[in-house]
Every structure is written in structure tokens, then in C-alpha cells.
Design a protein around this ligand. Sequence first.
Ligand SMILES: [Zn+2]
Length: 92
Amino acid sequence: MARDMMTRCQVKRKYKIDGAKEWRWCEVAVTEVREGEDIRCLHCHGNVRVHRQKIETGPQDHVEHKSRDESKSCQGGHSFEGTHRQSAKPVA
Ligand SMILES: [Zn+2]
């Protein structure tokens, strides 16, 4: 059974904290991801790819795991098999 699409992800952005700039992961809607930004899966921190909505009636903007194995072991994954694991190669 197809699972819900991942319409949110984490993106790495620069924040100013106490005057110092710092890179931080934050959760955003995939529609808010800008070209060239580093992204990762919200759940397992694995590598994901953005799929943009192409036609009005098509799937909305979402991300999918690049790795098939991660898709099976991530609770947000398309092919999730029931046991969640964090990515073995998390995007840092
Ligand atoms: Zn994941």
C-alpha cells in the first residue's frame, strides 16, 4: 500500500545566533526548498531527492529517499517495512 508522500523535509540554512552565523537543519515544506539547498529526510536524516509537482492534478511537491534500503527502513519511506532505523549515511 502506498504511503503518504513526504511533503516536508529538513533543509540546512544559515542562522544568526548571538551575532554568529551558524548552519542549522530546520523543517520546512518541500515547496519552500530553494534550488541548491542541502536537504535531508525529516525522519532518518537520509539522502532525499525533490520531486516537484509538474501538472496541476499530479502529485504535489515532495521528497523521496535516494536509497531504496532507506525507503524500507524509514518511517516516512515509501516502502517502509515496519522497523524504523536512522540512516546509516546521514546527511550532515
Ligand atoms: Zn527517511
